[in-house]
Design a protein around this ligand. Structure first.
Ligand code: HEC
Ligand code: HEC
Ligand code: HEC
Ligand code: HEC
Ligand code: HEC
Length: 480
């Protein structure tokens, strides 16, 4: 068999081979150039028209470099609402929660939240709404600004360049004084680009001292943290350096933690620096334990306010979105806040994160359907079912608490003493903490449906136990 291979190559064959090699070389070179260009892009991925620095809190300036993100960011000023989300009505201020649910108002008697407590709305309003709230008719601290303004330059000023120190100082000054200083410095903006992004690299980063401190204590605790794998990883190391999200956390975790700078339970007063109560874990009862172990400077047990009717010394829960999310199946599956609240959108050839932070139910196709292959209607119904069940259970728990308060009032009228009321007041503190934890959380149970139901079930049970104790006040031996 004589194959063609054994025949001498003809001249045109040589030419074909040379041409082929040339084409291949060109292709490989082109590919390499392309790879290098992309690497360059990754290091400095943005063409900048203006320089931005740590002190540039005005988002408009950043918008010159990143117009797409800025355009969507500005949309947080648009009024939106869903059945349980956003804020209803077209009025100048969002609806009063305490008028819609009168049990909330009674629960907060003796505290500023019974004066004014409204629905939240978009990020564009955060500073304005804080400045306008009637809760400011009671003395409030400068620490309030931690989550309502682009506040880092003010923290640095107060701490002579050290923001962590600045936050240790700001609680001593009144809200009004610190708010004025912020305006005078030209930093009176709602949460801004510089709060979540490093101006040099545009990488996500944590700026807020509250989270840096709180998460460090969470990492140092024994509480299981499967929702943040980098904490479990850090615990396996030598622990010479404190856990620091800016160096230890994964990108996915950062996509949740940037929101955890504010959407969390906290204590904020003129008695001590702002505190994220995470030293025992993020679950409702772990936070309760943290507060129960916290003492005021005079060694008495920590409380937020004394209830006007019952005299019980109570805790107030604040928007624990990060905490409830951590207990849900999405967190367990590595789905972060930004996946649902800032999903990618296409802008020509570019993928952009939607900076119009809002209810994902207004945006189901991009927020949910990337992972869940059901129709928009089906997804909406599933969420509504979760929220409706949570809402009903919450009303049941609230009814139980109101009945307990009635029983305490009756016992008081019948002459029960402080000692005889001590036990039922303890039950009120526990029941109310749980009810408020879910009522103050803004997803109506969606972020962790089973955990939410568990907490509400406990709330109802504890309130009913407290009611029985109050009814039987004559026979109860109060704890010493
Ligand atoms: C799997 C998707 C998903 C993830 C992850 C998620 N959320 Fe949500 N979130 C929702 C849905 C759905 C609602 C209910 C919206 C509604 O009722 O209109 C909601 C509601 C909210 C609300 C109230 C929204 C409004 O319009 O009133 C806030 C605030 C919020 N989430 C913050 C967070 C934060 C902070 C995180 C991360 C710690 C997070 N969410 C993680 C889906 C998600
Ligand atoms: C600096 C603090 C801060 C950070 C960081 C922050 N938020 Fe908010 N967020 C707020 C405040 C304050 C409000 C309420 C504003 C108001 O009612 O005036 C709010 C409101 C919201 C709302 C309700 C919007 C609406 O239209 O009703 C959602 C949803 C939300 N935030 C989600 C997020 C997510 C997701 C992240 C992270 C990507 C995040 N937030 C980061 C402070 C913050
Ligand atoms: C740890 C962060 C944080 C701190 C500190 C904080 N807030 Fe907020 N605040 C939020 C978030 C997040 C929301 C939006 C979610 C909500 O309304 O539940 C909000 C909502 C509000 C709102 C609009 C809804 C309402 O409650 O009527 C007002 C007003 C407000 N805060 C005032 C204050 C005042 C006054 C202080 C100081 C005592 C304060 N905040 C401290 C994070 C914070
Ligand atoms: C509350 C936090 C937060 C604020 C405020 C914020 N961003 Fe972002 N930004 C994010 C998150 C989360 C991502 C997704 C990043 C990732 O996954 O690596 C992102 C991504 C980006 C990106 C990368 C490309 C993209 O779209 O995914 C750019 C550029 C950007 N943001 C610009 C801005 C600008 C400009 C502002 C101010 C107008 C701003 N951001 C304000 C949280 C924030
Ligand atoms: C990045 C992917 C991702 C996104 C985005 C996402 N999910 Fe999920 N979702 C999951 C995973 C993973 C699970 C866990 C179950 C599983 O493995 O299938 C889950 C579970 C659920 C469940 C059942 C568990 C429960 O909590 O009761 C519901 C309901 C749900 N998702 C709704 C939504 C909605 C609504 C959105 C949009 C607001 C959304 N998801 C966005 C990945 C995602």
């Amino acid at each position: 068999m004589t194959s063609q291979l054994n025949q001498p190559l003809k001249q045109w064959h040589y030419i074909a081979i040379i041409a082929g090699v040339a084409v291949c070389t060109a292709l490989v070179t082109g590919l390499l150039v392309n790879i290098f260009e992309r690497k360059g892009e990754a290091l400095n991925p943005y063409v900048r028209l203006v320089e931005v620095t740590e002190d540039d809190t005005d988002p408009q300036k950043w918008g010159i470099n990143w117009p797409r993100e800025y355009d969507s960011y500005k949309k947080t000023a648009i009024t939106t609402s869903t059945r349980f989300g956003g804020h209803g009505g077209s009025e100048a201020m969002p609806t009063e929660k305490i008028e819609r649910d009168p049990w909330l108002k009674r629960m907060f008697l003796g505290y500023a939240f019974s004066i004014d407590y409204r629905d939240r709305r978009g990020h564009a309003y955060m500073l304005e709404d804080q400045e306008k709230t009637q809760r400011l008719t009671k003395p409030q601290t400068g620490s309030c600004l931690h989550c309502h303004a682009s506040v880092m330059p003010l923290f640095r000023k107060l701490g002579n360049g050290d923001a962590m120190l600045g936050m240790q100082e700001i609680y001593k000054s009144s809200y009004q004084d610190m708010n004025k200083m912020l305006h005078d410095m030209g930093n009176a903006h709602p949460v801004s680009c510089v709060d979540c992004h490093d101006p040099k690299t545009m990488q996500l980063r944590i700026t807020r001292p509250g989270l840096l401190d709180g998460i460090q204590k969470l990492a140092a605790s024994n509480a299981p943290a499967p929702y943040l794998p980098s904490i479990e990883q850090w615990r396996k190391g030598d622990r010479k350096q404190n856990y620091n999200p800016n160096t230890d956390a994964s990108r996915t975790e950062m996509r949740a933690m940037v929101c955890g700078q504010c959407h969390v339970e906290y204590y904020c007063s003129n008695k001590s620096p702002l505190t994220f109560p995470w030293g025992n874990g993020l679950k409702a009862e772990e936070i309760e334990t943290f507060w129960n172990n916290t003492k005021f400077s005079d060694e008495t047990q920590f409380f937020d306010y004394a209830h006007k009717e019952s005299g019980a010394k109570l805790l107030k829960a604040q928007h624990p979105e990060f905490e409830l999310w951590s207990q849900g199946v999405h967190a367990r599956s590595g789905v972060a806040c930004a996946d649902c609240h800032m999903p990618y959108m296409r802008d020509g050839a570019t993928k952009v994160s939607d900076h119009w932070v809002r209810s994902p139910l207004l945006n189901i196709s991009r927020a949910c359907q990337t992972c869940h292959k059901f129709s928009e209607q089906e997804i909406k119904e599933r969420v509504d079912l979760i929220q409706e069940r949570n809402y009903q259970l919450m009303q049941r728990a609230a009814k139980a608490l109101m009945d307990q308060l009635d029983a305490i009032q009756a016992a008081t009228n019948e002459g029960a003493t402080d000692t005889q009321l001590a036990k039922t007041r303890e039950f009120q503190r526990m029941a109310q903490w749980r009810l408020d934890f879910i009522a103050a959380e803004n997803s109506m149970g969606f972020h962790a449906p089973q955990e939410s139901a568990r907490i509400l079930g406990e709330a109802a049970d504890l309130a009913r136990q407290g009611q029985i104790v109050a009814i039987n006040w004559r026979t109860v031996v109060a704890p010493q």
